[in-house]
Structure formats: structure tokens, C-alpha cells
Write a protein that binds this ligand. Sequence first.
Ligand SMILES: C[S@@+](CC[C@H](N)C(=O)[O-])C[C@H]1O[C@@H](n2cnc3c(N)ncnc32)[C@H](O)[C@@H]1O
Length: 267
Amino acid sequence: MGVAAQRWRDRQAARGIPEEILRSAPADPWTHSAADFAPPAEPADTPSRAAARALAERAAAWSCAGASVLDVGCGGGDAAFAAALPDPSPVARVVGVDRQADMLAVFTAAARERGIPHGTVQGSWPDIAGEAGRHDVVVCHHVLHNVVELPPFLAPLHAAARGGAGGVVIEMLPEHPMAWLDPLWARFHDLHRPPSATADDAVAVLREELGIEPEVRHWERDRRLPHDAEWVARRLCLPASRITEVDAALGDVPPRRTDVVTLVWSP
Ligand SMILES: C[S@@+](CC[C@H](N)C(=O)[O-])C[C@H]1O[C@@H](n2cnc3c(N)ncnc32)[C@H](O)[C@@H]1O
């Protein structure tokens, strides 16, 4: 394993929650609520959407057929549907992959509402990469920071993009999405975390392991996930009885960052 992949692994592994804290957690601190990931009726106009749409348009023109889009870690499918809409769409079909069945239910309902031909594969990437197949455009938004071993995740993502005119679009935050809570882990659990893996670290892994030099776009977005005291207490493995304390402590930490990074490449 190269130095970049090792750095990513070390930094991600350091995000783990010690067993004794997890054991006393009143609720699972990791699982995302599917309701938070319902795609908006009107997709946000972002550099990631523009990149995926441009790749889909190129692929559709190249093949004289509609493009297929694979959304890895799709949640409710925001990334795929943003590329597919509005009509006239270059996208003929979207396939969502997620390990959470409730996310795929949101994805399927959203595809039906929008009248977009679709499929789903439930399971963990890269285990189900073969089942997901190859597509013109592969999108993967806000998933990399869930991954410890990045090369075996990225290589099949790259391979899932058919040669031709399509490509891959990754969207991620510059650092771990929960890094803003590090001061609160220190305060409530005396747990001191090292620096987060960064988007630059992911780019270094792409370069080192796959020889890929993606186009990198930095931009700003509105806050999306809830970050009230109740939500934060759950992430911190704290019981409801400490929500008031968490609320007060939140006043002392800088708010979540709103900058986002988009990585784009073609096979
Ligand atoms: C933060 S959410 C992002 C959802 C969506 N891509 C978006 O941007 O709105 C991460 C999603 O990735 C899924 N996920 C994380 N790791 C995964 C893996 N290795 N394989 C499949 N799904 C994964 C989670 O279940 C969750 O639905």
C-alpha cells in the first residue's frame, strides 16, 4: 500500500468510536436517517451536477442512446436525479447502490415520482460492484469519508465507468463531515482525535493507486443535515438527558464548514 492510501487509512481509522463508549450509546451513532436524504424537487445547481450532466450529455451523443447513471452510496438519489433532470434528459436510466434498504426505498419512490427508469442494488460497495454493472456516468457523493480502505473502493468505481464519453464524479467535504464535533468528543468523552482525512488525501490516493489526476472544483453550499443538539447528542453517543448540555456546548464550537469538493475524471 502506498503512503497516500496508508495516510487515508490511518486518519479514517482514528475516527472510530471506542468500544466502551459505543456500548453505552443509547442509539446507533453512525446510521443515517433516510428521511434526511430525500432528494429536493428542484435539484441544486452545483458543479457536481453540471459535471455529471455534461458527462451524460457527451455519453448520450456518443452512443446515440440515453446515458446510464450509477449512483454509489445513493441515499435518496440526489446526485443521480440532479444529473437526470430537467427534461429533455440525456439520462435513460439510473441505478442506485446503497447498503441501507430504507435509502433505496426513498430512491425508488423518488425515481417513480419523476418518471425515471431505475434499478437498485442493495449491499456494500465494492462487494456488489459486479451486480451493479458498468455505466456511462458513475456518481458517488458524500461516501468516501465512510471508507477506511480507499484503493479497493475507488478502483471498482473507476472500472464501473464504461470507456467512451462518460466518467466519474465524486463529491465530498474537504474533511470528515463529523470533524466539526471533535472539540465536543474531547469535552464530553476526553477523546482527542487526530486531524481528519481530507479531500486532498483522496486525490493523492487516486493519483498514487490508479494514476488518475481528477479535475478538482471547490465550491460552497448551504448546510443540509440537521445539526441541532438532539442530533449531535446521538452522534456523540450521549443520552437525551444531556441534550441541554450539548446545546450549550454547541455555542462554543465553530459551525460546520460549508465548502465542498467535486472530483471529476473520465476513464
Ligand atoms: C452521507 S450519505 C450520502 C447520500 C447521497 N449520496 C447524498 O449525497 O445525498 C452516505 C450514503 O452512503 C451509504 N454508504 C456508505 N458506505 C457505503 C458502501 N460501502 N456501500 C454502499 N453504500 C454505502 C450510506 O448507507 C448512506 O446512504
